[in-house]
Design a protein around this ligand. Structure first.
Ligand SMILES: [Mg+2]
Length: 282
């Protein structure tokens, strides 16, 4: 009898140990996932909310001037007044909608981005608003400005995108197409140039909002130095006509670390990233 008890106790202790080892492994792997810290920041930092709110409030403060000045354009420069009706263009992901819950799911599954799971997430229509975006777009709509959402979400999941924006109360007129999705038209590729031109044809674009350089100008697959140069070259627009939202979780900035070379193995990518850590030492 005593032996049976001892055996039971030993077995229970072993089982407990296994559970402890498994749970401590999974919690440490969650913490080691490359997106954990940035995702925690976007989901929990008061500082993130203060920052995005600041950006949208700066834009709101510039709205009156932008409407009044018919030379004001976030798209092109002209010597003649532009009398077309005003519009603003906003990217969606990490500009208007916060998808950090999707990131958190990937971290917990120890996986990385996959288009099928992403489209499922889009169709759930459950992303939160980026703080400040709702107040800005509502105010702009009230001032008679047309809002365009220009996104690299796929056209086939546009219904999910529409539902998500509507659920959160973003201005979305019944008439006309105001969500410009990728592949909605044959020349609407992931490069957003054509879609900006589509809006500019009938509108004066007052402001652009995004979390990626490509949301403002054509900057596909260029080096980090060239990206810096584009930022420098357009210095007069930042914070006045162009508004960049913070996104440390993903983006072209990260692919630029390894020159967009998709032929590299994961360990080569890691080495390239490590080489970018500047210690100011030899
Ligand atoms: Mg985005």
């Amino acid at each position: 009898m005593r032996n049976i008890h001892q055996e039971l106790i030993t077995k229970s202790l072993s089982a407990l140990l296994i559970v402890f080892v498994i749970s401590s492994c999974s919690s440490s792997s969650v913490l080691q996932h490359p997106s954990t810290k940035s995702t925690l920041w976007m989901q929990n930092a008061a500082e993130y909310r203060a920052l995005t709110t600041s950006i949208y409030q700066s834009a709101t403060a510039n709205l009156g001037l932008a409407i009044e000045d018919s030379f004001w354009s976030a798209y092109d420069s002209t010597n003649t007044p532009n009398k077309k009706p005003p519009a603003v263009i906003l990217d969606i992901d990490e500009t208007v909608l916060n998808n950090s819950a999707f990131e958190a799911r990937m971290i917990k599954k120890n996986s990385s981005f996959n288009p099928e799971q992403w489209n499922q997430w889009v169709m759930e229509a459950n992303a939160d608003a980026v703080p400040g975006a709702l107040a800005f777009t509502k105010r702009a709509a009230k001032e008679g400005i047309t809002i365009y959402y220009l996104t690299n979400r796929e056209a086939k999941v546009e219904e999910g995108t529409r539902q998500n924006l509507q659920k959160l109360g973003f201005p979305l007129p019944e008439e006309g197409d105001h969500i410009l999705s990728k592949n909605e038209r044959s020349n609407w590729t992931s490069v957003k140039t054509e879609r900006r031109a589509y809006v500019a044809k009938d509108h004066r674009i007052l402001m652009l909002f995004g979390d990626n350089l490509n949301d403002f100008l054509h900057a596909e697959d260029i080096t980090q130095q060239e990206r810096y140069q584009l930022v420098e070259k357009n210095q007069d627009k930042w914070g006045r006509k162009w508004f960049m939202l913070p996104n440390p979780t993903y983006g072209s900035w990260e692919s630029a670390l390894y020159d967009f070379d998709n032929s590299l193995s994961p360990s080569q990518i890691d080495s390239a990233k490590k080489a970018k850590l500047d210690t100011k030492q030899d």
